[in-house]
Design a protein around this ligand. Structure first.
Ligand SMILES: *[C@@H]1O[C@H](CO)[C@@H](O)[C@H](O)[C@H]1NC(C)=O
Ligand SMILES: *[C@@H]1O[C@H](CO)[C@@H](O)[C@H](O)[C@H]1NC(C)=O
Ligand SMILES: *[C@@H]1O[C@H](CO)[C@@H](O)[C@H](O)[C@H]1NC(C)=O
Length: 249
């Protein structure tokens, strides 16, 4: 079957599999497991089963060190029941320390985060499960498990340099695409090297028509209605964006 690269629409009838370029690994050596937050970061961690601590940190804090965070950062408590049900909206840097799984399930899943620093501070290994993140650009993970061979790793999700060049050759405009990342939370155990691949999808508005059985685990912007007076041209623009899915595992 012939596929003309000049005919952009023909691209969407095929899903493309592209491998991201090499992951930037920060290290697996002992001293670097003492990584810390950089300046001016919003830090969220659970304190017990029902509360979340929300801190603004202006000095470096060693990961998973709650005592230090509580004394050096400006923190307040947020009730678990008061978390935004549709996920967080944090285009900048966000650090999350996870000790209990509800933090992933109820706080982070379906969130929009630009730069995520995710630390696992618990004892029991985490089972494989997918976390959906929107608009993610960089990811840093840390595992406090003492035997983890890869305690700290980092990855640029978007724009991944090698992929950008390949996509441009296919007339895919990365800057106007809507990026969805599926993260296997088992990576937080620090047992393997981070890997990723990306798949180019159709425009958001045609996803459900082309893949009626695909349960999209996030809500795409709905068209404007009289009750929802969003600028219709803006809504249409989002719906016409192409989807780029990245799987990190
Ligand atoms: C961090 O925040 C403080 C207080 O808001 C500000 O004075 C400082 O310039 C910020 N530093 C950076 C690196 O953004
Ligand atoms: C954390 O606090 C910041 C600043 O007070 C606020 O903007 C943000 O929405 C809070 N996040 C959560 C999950 O409560
Ligand atoms: C995130 O949400 C999706 C879809 O709702 C669900 O399948 C998945 O298990 C959730 N992940 C976690 C870690 O809770």
């Amino acid at each position: 079957m012939e596929m003309s690269l000049n005919n952009v629409s023909s691209i969407w009838s095929h899903w493309l599999l592209l491998f991201l370029t090499q992951v930037t690994l920060t290290t697996n050596s002992a001293p670097r497991s003492e990584t810390s937050l950089s300046l001016n970061t919003t830090l969220l961690f659970n304190s017990g089963a029902y509360n979340l601590r929300n801190c603004s940190c202006y000095s470096p804090i060693r990961e998973c060190d709650e005592v230090l965070a509580n004394s050096l950062c400006r923190c307040h408590t947020v009730l678990r029941s008061a978390l935004p049900p549709a996920g967080l909206r944090e285009p900048g840097r966000l650090a999350v320390w996870v000790k209990e799984l509800w933090v992933l399930e109820e706080l982070l899943n379906r969130s929009m985060v630009g730069h995520l620093l995710l630390s696992f501070c618990g004892m029991k290994p985490i089972d494989s499960q997918y976390l959906v993140l929107l608009g993610l650009r960089t990811l840093r993970i840390h595992s406090a498990a003492p035997e983890a061979p890869y305690p700290s790793q980092e990855m640029i999700i978007s724009p991944a340099s090698g992929v950008a060049v390949e996509l441009e050759a296919l007339y895919f405009d990365l800057s106007s695409s809507f990026h969805v990342t599926f993260l296997d939370v088992a990576v937080l155990n620090g047992l393997s090297v981070l890997k990723a691949y990306s798949v180019v999808g159709p425009p958001a508005q045609t996803l459900s028509q082309q893949f009626p059985h695909l349960a999209v685990p996030f809500s795409l912007p709905s068209p404007a209605t009289p009750d929802n007076p969003t600028d219709p041209s803006e809504q249409t623009a989002v719906l016409q964006q192409n989807l780029l899915f990245t799987f990190v595992y």
